[in-house]
Design a protein around this ligand. Structure first.
Ligand code: ADE
Length: 240
């Protein structure tokens, strides 16, 4: 049986998922998690807290725990999914649409002072970390099986420790990274997954347009967006 780790940065990003299933709650300080079976997979569901540092710490903690804790003996994590909300960068995205990251980057990684291109961490060969095409294709298949009133888009997701709410920052992220959407954790998850050779999927519902209106529209759209996202991730898992 495959083991999938599902991480939300905020509790409300995974709550509908946890409430719809039957999971046991466990502690692994400083994290707690829910564990159970769904769609033929073993699921571990947890909350990282907001930002890249929190996400990196969470991902590495769970990868190490599953490798070393006797409770998981013989198991490894087959896939890590980060689900939650994101701000739209591309103009063809609307609130409620869902973006699958085929590539992840960190828009606030800046070693230009030493001559490196924007977003490049000199310890890595590329600005971008990639999700396997097979995983992206399976999300498309799951989407095709659902009746939806939102669009699914595939593109680059750019992460940084900033809530994007100005046109200047939004334009910078679009022109520098050709990003579709922005959020605050996926790029960190991608980097740690790459270090550990674990495939990942970052899938996010658009909650706001990452412009001056962001703080207001964010709250309005978050809840419904997460309900739609949860249904899509559940269907994806049943196909995985
Ligand atoms: N998550 C949701 N909306 C966001 C935004 N505008 N910036 C960063 N992260 C987000």
């Amino acid at each position: 049986m495959k083991t999938i780790l599902i991480i939300g940065a905020m509790e409300e990003e995974i709550r509908p998922f946890v409430e719809a299933g039957s999971f046991e709650k466990k502690e692994a300080s400083p994290f707690s998690y829910h564990i159970g079976e769904q769609g033929g997979c073993r699921l571990i569901i947890t909350v990282s807290k907001i930002g890249k540092v929190a996400m990196a710490s969470c991902v590495q903690s769970f990868i190490t725990m599953v490798k070393s804790d006797p409770e998981f003996s013989g198991h490894t994590i087959d896939l890590i999914i980060n689900m939650g909300v994101a701000g739209a960068i591309a103009s063809d995205l609307n609130q409620g649409d869902i973006v699958v990251g085929d590539k992840l980057c960190q828009h606030d990684m800046d070693v230009a002072g030493l001559g490196y291109e924007a977003g490049l961490n000199p310890d890595y060969p590329s600005v971008y970390f990639e999700t396997p095409a097979t995983v992206v294709d399976l999300v498309k298949k799951a989407y095709g099986e659902l009746e939806t009133d939102y669009s699914l888009k595939v593109g680059t997701i750019a992460s940084g420790d900033q809530f994007i709410s100005s046109k200047e920052k939004k334009d910078f992220i679009e022109s520098t990274f050709q990003a579709y959407a922005c959020e605050m954790e996926g790029g960190a998850l991608a980097q740690v997954c790459s270090d550990n050779q674990v495939p990942f999927l970052v899938i996010r519902a658009i909650s706001d347009k990452a412009d001056g209106e962001a703080p207001l529209s964010y709250a309005d759209f978050k809840e419904q967006a997460i309900v739609n996202l949860t249904a899509l991730v559940e269907r994806f898992i049943s196909l995985y």
